[in-house]
Structure formats: structure tokens, C-alpha cells
Design a protein around this ligand. Sequence first.
Ligand SMILES: CSC[C@H]1O[C@H](OP(=O)(O)O)[C@H](O)[C@@H]1O
Ligand SMILES: Nc1ncnc2[nH]cnc12
Length: 288
Amino acid sequence: MDKMIGVIGGSGVYEIDGLEQAEWTEVETPFGAPSDQILTGVLNGTRMAFLPRHGRGHVHTPSTVPYRANIFAMKVLGVTDLVAVSAVGSLKEAYAPGDFVIIDQYIDRTFAREKTFFGPGLVGHVPFAHPICPVLAEACAQAARMTGVTVHQGGTYVAMEGPQFSTLAESRLYRSWGADVIGMTGMPEAKLAREAELCYACVAMVTDYDCWHPGHDAVDVAQVVAVAVKNAGKARSLVASLPELLAGPKTDCTAGCGHALDSAIMTAPAKYDAEMVAKLKPIMGRVL
Ligand SMILES: CSC[C@H]1O[C@H](OP(=O)(O)O)[C@H](O)[C@@H]1O
Ligand SMILES: Nc1ncnc2[nH]cnc12
């Protein structure tokens, strides 16, 4: 099987460049429609699929992004390697606006979202100690360095519910936890990508210092958008380098992303809910 690279673009990243045979495709899923149509095409010989997380024109809030539909759609289109691009606030002096952070850990503080494909009659628990595919993350780090931006390899992302930005007390609390950046969309995207056995990595573009930094005004949308728009070109060049860095057929990921479901399902086969199985077969057919 050949690799197919999926990209979920965040705030400020609503398109990618240079796709041949580019086509916006409508994909329906048992979890409803994804955030938007998905742009498919070929870049330097590699099949690509691009989805703007908030939809073109930014119509979904972080809480209403249809995360399950998005991941389901990417998987059924044949995506093997999924790169998320996200705007984030910095919780550390050293992670400055304009820098890119290749995320390796998350703290999930979201509470108003569906976080799993599983449900009654089909219960599963995937391993998630290491939420990011290290192989894909390394390719993203290389691609990011090629754009000339400052790249931090590794960072803990606090996913908050939003859509309001944090209070000062919350921002200080997250800093005391040792977290590096904060955003509103990293979860449950990464959890669902793991359940779908995708290799998943996240390139976070720092847009602000949130509200804890004494030398900076509290964050507002104008600041985030100004930096995100300035960085969108770099994010698009990063994506354009991925095909050459990831070239070749898809082999079993050494980190085991493609086998996350091997021992995840708890429900006894005799008790499987037939509707749930039919619903999830397109993305979990390997084990169902
Ligand atoms: C416009 S600031 C808040 C918004 O930006 C980030 O979105 P994304 O991760 O999709 O780039 C952040 O998580 C919020 O959703
Ligand atoms: N400071 C911040 N908090 C949450 N999400 C963000 N996205 C960009 N900046 C952010």
C-alpha cells in the first residue's frame, strides 16, 4: 500500500499549494459530515488529502468541529499519515510567537466533545501513553526546519474547551504543570486518530503568549490571526516538503500506530452490537 498524507489545517491554514488533480470531495460518514469538503490530489507523486478543521471561512467552533467525522473521512479516503496544523498560545518564554513546536504530549482539559468511536456494544481502549507517531513527528520537524522557522522538537499541548481564552489563574496553573503550549482543538483529534490506527503528528504554530506573560497584552483574536496569517505560508511550505520526506510505500509503523487496536476491544464478540460493528467496519475492519 502506498502512503497517503492527510493534513488538517487549523486557524489561518485553509488551503495547501501545488496539488495536481486537485478536487474538493464531499465525504459522508456515520458520524455526519466533516468540517468541509476534503481537497484531494497528488503532490510530488504522493496522494494527499487536506481538510480545513474549522471549514473554509472558519465556521466551526473548537467544540463543534466534527472530530469523529473528520478522522473517519480521512481514514476511508486512504490516509495513512495525518498531520495536524494548529495555532497555539505559548506557556513558556522560550517558545516565542512565530516558532513551530512539534508536539509530543497532551493534557486533555476538554469536556464537551465526543471523544471515541466506541460505544455501547463495542467497547475499546487504545494505548495512548505516547499520543504522537515519532516517525511522522520527525519528518514534520525536518520539514519545519526546511522552512527556516525556529522549531522546538517536543512540547506538551494543553487542550482547553474554549472558545473563550484562559483566565490568568488557568494560564498560571498550566504553566505550573510544565505544559508548553495551549490550544482548543488538539483533543479529541489525536485520540480519534489513534483509534483509527493512523500515524498522527501535530505541528503547532505559536501565535501568542496567552495571558500569563507580563510583557505582553492578554491574547485576542487579532493577535492570533496576525501571526497565523504571517506563518500560513511557512505551514504550507512545510506540507509541500512532506512527500519527499515520507516517500515510499507504507510499511508497518515502528511505533505501532497501525496496530493500536490489536488488543483494545473488551467486548466479547458474542455481545457485539451489529449496528456498531457495521458503523465502524470501514475504519476498524482490520480487527472487526
Ligand atoms: C483564533 S484563536 C483560537 C483557535 O485557534 C486554534 O485553532 P486551531 O487549532 O484549529 O488552529 C485554537 O485551538 C482555537 O480553536
Ligand atoms: N492563547 C491561546 N489559547 C488557546 N488557544 C489558542 N490558539 C492560539 N492561541 C491560543
